[in-house]
Design a protein around this ligand. Structure first.
Ligand code: GLN
Length: 190
């Protein structure tokens, strides 16, 4: 069984850990640079606050190593703030982090009133899926080679690009584990 490294500097990482354990995967929490030298074959970038996560990754000296792993084909599941960390461009923020996913995202794209909501959407290859949005980003533009997995009210909310799955919503907060299974079946693109 492969081991999943879960970024655990901030945010909703425990929920991913629970779901992955339920599916029989081993996990390791990535809290500091030395954790990146542990053995892991897949990566989860959880929800939380992308500005905080991005700053801590830089301060802890973790960004470069993780970016290289992603570029070398390590399968990644990124939810919400994690999606923002992967994005090549953030339309309403001057920051950008790993820039490994050729999409433009908009942070906090649903405004204050619709900051958090739940709906059912359709995910390509999976069908109906419960979607939990929490001050979520959506994807404004997707570059070539990016496969759109879901659109919600005309906005892209799930994509796959090579070894990377990026989601606006939080599948770790629902009982449905099919996206985590998809992630565990994603082959390394190295
Ligand atoms: N609003 C957060 C950000 O911009 C993301 C929210 C989340 O991960 N649930 O980083």
């Amino acid at each position: 069984m492969e081991t999943v490294g879960i970024l655990a500097v901030q945010g909703a990482f425990i929920e991913h850990e629970h779901i992955l354990h339920r599916l029989g995967a081993e996990t390791v929490q990535l809290r500091q640079k030395s954790d990146l030298y542990k053995d892991f074959d897949r990566l989860v970038l959880p929800g939380g606050e992308s500005t905080v996560q991005g700053k801590l990754l830089k301060d802890f000296g973790m960004s470069g190593i993780l970016k290289e792993k992603i570029e070398n084909g390590m399968p990644v599941l990124a939810t919400c703030a994690g999606l923002i960390l992967l994005a090549e461009k953030i339309s309403n923020d001057t920051n950008a982090y790993f820039k490994t996913l050729p999409v433009t995202v908009k942070r906090n794209a649903y405004g204050r009133q619709l900051g958090s909501f739940h709906c059912d959407g359709i995910i390509k290859g999976l069908g109906r899926f419960p979607m939990e949005f929490i001050r979520a980003p959506y994807i404004e533009a997707a570059g070539s080679g990016v496969e759109v997995l879901a659109e919600t009210d005309g906005k892209i909310t799930a994509v796959r690009y090579k070894n990377q799955i990026g989601l606006s919503f939080h599948p770790e907060l629902c009982e449905d584990d099919r996206l985590h299974r998809m992630f565990l079946n994603l082959s390394c693109s190295c």
